[in-house]
Every structure is written in C-alpha cells, then in structure tokens.
Design a protein around this ligand. Structure first.
Ligand SMILES: NC(=O)c1ccc[n+]([C@@H]2O[C@H](COP(=O)([O-])OP(=O)(O)OC[C@H]3O[C@@H](n4cnc5c(N)ncnc54)[C@H](O)[C@@H]3O)[C@@H](O)[C@H]2O)c1
Length: 258
C-alpha cells in the first residue's frame, strides 16, 4: 500500500474514460474514498459500481463552473474533505493540418482541456485552503504538452496550456502546503488513441493499425502503456511516499521522448 492514500478523499474527473477509470480503481484499491466525475453519466455509474472502497458518482461537466463547484461540495458533503484532485478529463481533437482546422473543434477542445482543467483546479484550491489538511492536485496533460506532432495542433496546444496552468498554480500555492504536479502519458492503449490513429491515418493515407505500428516502432519499450500503468504512476505521485514532489512534470511514455 502506498502511504497517505487510505481514508483520503480523491476526486477524479473523466472517471468514465480509460485512464480515469483506472485511476479510480487504483485509488480505491489503496483505500481512498473516490468521487468519480464525468459528463457521461451511465458509464460513470458502471465504473463506480465496480470500486472496492466507498465511492460516489457525480455527473459534472467540467466546462461549467457551477458543475465543478457542486462536484467539490458533493465530495465534502459525503466525505468531509477533498484531499486529492485529479484534473483528468480531456478530449482529443480532429486530425487536420492547421490551415484546415475547424474553429468549432478548437473551441470544444480548449473548453474541456484548458477551461475545464482550470475550473477544476480553481475549485479544488478554494476548498483546500479552507481545510486543515491541504491536499494535492494532479493534472493529466500529455506528452503532447511538451512536443509537437503534425495534425494534432489543437490538442497539443491545449495540453501545452494545461502544463502552463500547472506551473503557475504550483508557484502560487507552494507556500500553502498544496502540492501540484502534472502527469504526461505518452500513448495509452485506449479509445482516444484509436480515434487519433484513425485521424492520423486518414490525413497521411494509411490505416489506423499502420499508424499504431509506427508509434510502437518509435517507443523504446515497443508498446503502448496500459491505463493501469498510468494510474499506478498517478497514485504514487498523489501518495505521501513522495511528499517533496511539487511543480513537477512526469512523462509516462515507455521512453518515448520529444
Ligand atoms: N489515451 C491516451 O493515449 C492519452 C495520452 C495522453 C494523455 N491523455 C489524456 O488523459 C486523459 C484521459 O484520457 P482517456 O484516454 O481516458 O480518454 P477517454 O476519452 O477515454 O476519457 C475521457 C473522459 O472525459 C470525459 N469528458 C469529456 N468531456 C468532459 C466534460 N466536459 N466534463 C466532464 N467529463 C468530460 C469523457 O466523457 C470521458 O469519459 C485526457 O486528458 C487525455 O487527454 C490520454
């Protein structure tokens, strides 16, 4: 068991997705009280029904300040404190060159990935400053936060913004005892990657499985990460095993480098 997770209240956004689901499972296995949030209500309830420890499902759209504030209040009402907040919900973009990009898709991706992460972190900080135990905030950015790739400019730009947000927040709240860190998964075996592989394939005249093989060939470990491997890293960062970590950026990429 990792130190400092048992009995803590962990809020995870995007909890119905591949990585969020794995994070909820891992944090629950470590004994945390999990508050699982997602805009997709039915899959969210299915996730929560499988968790071994106390858990609460909250339907929340992270682009809404009201929803996010209500989410944090619901966690406090149920469990008394909010100790760990993972701003994990995110969406992929359509894959097109910059010149052909859809402004509507830009707005959608930035609303969820940037505004949503911002609102989640802001609501978490407001709560954590008013409780004795401060707490930890973890952003799920991406390897796309530290590199470029053709066709996914909007997603990469949104994740660069998440990293900028995390860096500023870490400087603002370091003195309060709140810890802020960022996780940057590389390529994870998931629905999101199937969507991006198909989009990249369509842009480059290949099929999705060919794109996947090309990714695997670039990764020193030769394979994608599983959501559970990403979740294990998140749990470690959120634990008290590594309490001096603050303002850090962790890639979980099988050795893939920008
Ligand atoms: N899958 C990957 O390879 C990969 C790699 C690097 C980073 N990431 C990042 O990890 C995070 C999780 O990715 P995933 O693979 O689990 O994706 P996913 O699509 O499986 O899950 C994302 C979840 O976010 C939810 N969501 C979307 N918009 C929302 C909103 N407005 N409010 C609340 N919830 C909302 C979706 O309903 C979904 O359940 C994302 O931030 C993603 O950008 C993923």
């Amino acid at each position: 068991m990792l130190k400092g997770l048992s009995g803590r209240t962990a809020v995870v956004t995007g909890a119905a997705g591949a990585i969020g689901q794995a994070m909820c499972a891992r944090l629950a296995e470590e004994g945390a009280n999990v508050v699982a949030a997602d805009v997709a209500e039915e899959p969210l309830r299915a996730v929560v029904s499988t968790l071994p420890s106390k858990a609460l499902a909250v339907r929340a759209d992270i682009t809404s300040d009201t929803d996010v504030t209500t989410l944090i209040s619901a966690a406090v009402d149920e469990f008394g404190t909010v100790d760990l907040v993972v701003a994990n919900a995110g969406v992929e973009c359509e894959v097109h060159p910059v010149a052909e990009f859809s402004p509507a898709d830009f707005d959608k991706v930035f609303a969820v990935n940037v505004k949503g992460a911002f609102l989640t972190a802001a609501a978490a900080v407001r709560r954590m400053l008013h409780q004795d135990s401060r707490g930890k905030i973890l952003f799920t950015a991406s390897l796309a936060a530290v590199m470029g790739s053709p066709g996914t400019s909007v997603y990469n730009a949104s994740k660069h913004a998440v990293l900028g947000l995390a860096r500023c927040l870490a400087l603002e709240v370091g003195g309060t005892g709140i810890r802020v860190n960022t996780l940057c998964p590389g390529v994870v075996d998931s629905r999101m990657m199937r969507s991006l592989e198909d989009g990249m394939g369509a842009m480059g005249g290949a099929d999705g499985p060919t794109i996947k093989q090309a990714f695997e060939a670039q990764i020193p470990l030769g394979r994608y990460a599983s959501p559970a491997e990403v979740a294990a890293t998140a749990a470690w960062i959120l634990s008290d095993e590594v309490d001096y970590l603050h303002g850090e950026t962790f890639t979980v990429s099988g050795g893939l480098r920008p």
